[in-house]
Write a protein that binds this ligand. Structure first.
Ligand SMILES: Nc1ncnc2c1ncn2[C@@H]1O[C@H](COP(=O)(O)OP(=O)(O)OP(=O)(O)O)[C@@H](O)[C@H]1O
Ligand SMILES: [Mg+2]
Length: 229
């Protein structure tokens, strides 16, 4: 589904080139659940932003189901992001004064779905994350764990193929973390491809494959976990 070929990312600071990612290769199969670990500053979020087409690599190729993402522009790029990808961030990125329902609806407003279809999708997404009872609540009144569930509902509302999660449980207590991990597990079971970044080995181990980034490169320790163990 995803292929990264020799992806690099450099930034120029005060005329000096700073390598952020160096020669990253990655293949992710459809339906895979992988996690990425690594020290702070190793390039995890940079890599996630490239996978999410929110940032562009300095060199290298990003193929998504054979489509060269680096060549997408304008409406095609926006469509790719909105329909094929779902994002979950550590800081939730919800609109505080809007209700749960309205936050979850946002990505649908960029599509041509009818009101009826939108309501049905919102209902299903909130059900999937166990937040139907809070549909009318403003998200500013929710706990961290509840906010993250709403953020996941928003991420899946357009039925994306790939879910990208950057430290989704970074701000959560143990109980909420477990809820969120169970939601990811059920999304994985229903066929979603998931790439998740975490500092937490316990979270990483839930994926089928754990990769480690160090100084913008894959570290030698490729940890294989999950199925078969
Ligand atoms: N816009 C930017 N300008 C300057 N430096 C940047 C920028 N974005 C990232 N960096 C640098 O790139 C490196 C990788 O950053 P990145 O955010 O990808 O790390 P990370 O692995 O996600 O870290 P963390 O675990 O703390 O979230 C860091 O050294 C960071 O300072
Ligand atoms: Mg980061």
């Amino acid at each position: 589904m995803i292929q990264l070929n020799n992806i690099t990312k450099q930034l120029t600071e005060a005329g000096v080139k700073v390598p952020i990612l160096q020669t990253i290769n990655l293949t992710v199969e459809k339906g895979e659940y992988i996690s990425i670990m690594g020290p702070s500053g190793s390039g995890k979020s940079t890599l996630m932003n490239i996978l999410g087409s929110l940032d562009t690599p300095t060199s290298g190729e990003y193929l998504f189901e054979g489509v060269n993402v680096g060549r997408l522009r304008g409406g095609k790029l926006a469509d790719f992001r909105n329909r094929r990808l779902g994002f979950v961030f550590q800081s939730y990125m919800l609109i505080p004064r809007l209700s749960v329902r309205d936050n979850v609806e946002l990505p649908l407003l960029y599509t041509t779905k009818s009101r009826k279809e939108r309501e049905e999708r919102i209902r299903r997404a909130l059900e999937q994350v166990g937040m139907s009872h809070k549909a009318k609540e403003r998200t500013m009144n929710l706990s961290g764990g509840q906010k993250q569930k709403v953020a996941i509902a928003r991420a899946i509302i357009n039925d994306p193929d790939l879910l990208l999660a950057d430290e989704p449980s970074g701000n959560l207590d143990v109980h909420s973390k477990e809820d969120i991990l169970q939601i990811f597990q059920s999304l994985h079971d229903s066929g979603k491809t998931i790439v998740l970044v975490t500092h937490d080995p316990d979270v990483a181990q839930r994926a089928g494959r754990v990769l480690v980034l160090r100084n913008g490169e894959w570290a030698a320790e490729r940890v294989e976990v999950g199925a078969g163990q």
